[in-house]
Design a protein around this ligand. Structure first.
Ligand SMILES: *[C@@H]1O[C@H](CO)[C@@H](O)[C@H](O)[C@H]1NC(C)=O
Ligand SMILES: *[C@@H]1O[C@H](CO)[C@@H](O)[C@H](O)[C@H]1NC(C)=O
Ligand SMILES: *[C@@H]1O[C@H](CO)[C@@H](O)[C@H](O)[C@H]1NC(C)=O
Length: 267
């Protein structure tokens, strides 16, 4: 594999104690500033874009999804890995995002590596990637050299459309990526702290859908953030996190459904 692709972020070598002290000091100084600055932003959103806030308010009421008994159930995950699609992802060697903001490219690299006969030297470097579901679909089709034809199924198309798309994640002829608001799954913390609100709004994320367990009504996600990794989440809960509006595109988030085309000779 190309060395540049596996290179680690440069800042890893620092003494972690120094970093911890720095982050505490930064926290003491920066958080009140963020708090003060965020109030006008929140007020603006409240007046003009209340729908963006609603998903975050809703999320703060849920229990964190990590607490569900199925969250990382080894028995259920084993079933997912054993499926034909699960096997293709495993063979492709799943990877995590190298840093915050690299979730789109990490998801794309995972999908490309899972395509039979996709040449490893065509993988795009792990850097900043797409910001919206639409950009993700377009970039993936370019980077796959026409091995995929992708479309976005937006959350605001409704649950039935979402459900039909999720079921395709079991089909070896498709790959499904989820663009969702992470805070609606992992929680926001108390919304009396205004930065929790803001972090909730900007917690948009991409990850790979590994499959769907119909009898349990659970979706298997490979979250490219290594703090999460593979897990299972209720279909409805994932749907809500996809239906949440994306402030950067003025649309809901969505599923990127990629139909796999047969390999052609890549130049
Ligand atoms: C992963 O998620 C955790 C918890 O939300 C966050 O603190 C961390 O920065 C994320 N890691 C990366 C590499 O994005
Ligand atoms: C998807 O695969 C899982 C595991 O094999 C199976 O339990 C489930 O019924 C399948 N669902 C669909 C919609 O094909
Ligand atoms: C955002 O979407 C809403 C409806 O969902 C629409 O009324 C509004 O004009 C849109 N704003 C922009 C800037 O596109």
């Amino acid at each position: 594999m190309d060395q540049a692709l596996v290179e680690q972020p440069p800042r890893r070598g620092f003494c972690s104690l120094v970093l911890q002290v720095c982050s505490i000091v930064a926290g003491i100084i920066v958080l009140p500033i963020i708090g003060i600055l965020s109030l006008p932003t929140l007020l603006f959103l409240f007046i003009f874009k209340r729908s963006v806030l609603q998903a975050v308010v809703q999320a703060s009421k849920y229990e964190e999804f990590e607490k569900a008994p199925h969250y990382k159930s080894p028995a259920l995950l084993a079933r997912v890995w054993a499926t034909p699609v699960g096997q293709q992802y495993l063979r492709g060697d799943l990877e995590y995002q190298q840093r915050e903001g690299y979730c789109a490219i990490a998801s794309q690299r995972n999908i490309l590596k899972s395509l039979p006969q996709y040449p490893a030297d065509h993988l795009p470097p792990a850097t900043m990637g797409a910001a919206t579901a639409k950009q993700f679909a377009k970039l993936l089709d370019e980077r796959s050299h026409s091995r995929t034809t992708s479309k976005v199924v937006y959350g605001d198309e409704g649950f039935d459309a979402f459900y039909e798309a999720i079921k395709l994640s079991n089909d070896t002829e498709y790959r499904v990526t989820v663009n969702f608001l992470h805070a609606t799954l992992s929680g926001t913390g108390s919304l009396w702290l205004p930065w929790n609100f803001l972090f909730g709004i900007v917690s948009g994320h991409f990850s790979v859908v590994l499959g769907y367990l119909e009898d349990e009504d659970l979706v298997a996600v490979f979250d490219v953030n290594s703090s999460y990794g593979p897990y299972l989440v209720e279909t409805r809960r994932l749907y809500e996190s996809v239906a949440a509006q994306d402030i950067s595109s003025n649309k809901s988030r969505g599923l990127i459904v990629s139909k796999i085309n047969p390999p052609i000779s890549i130049v």
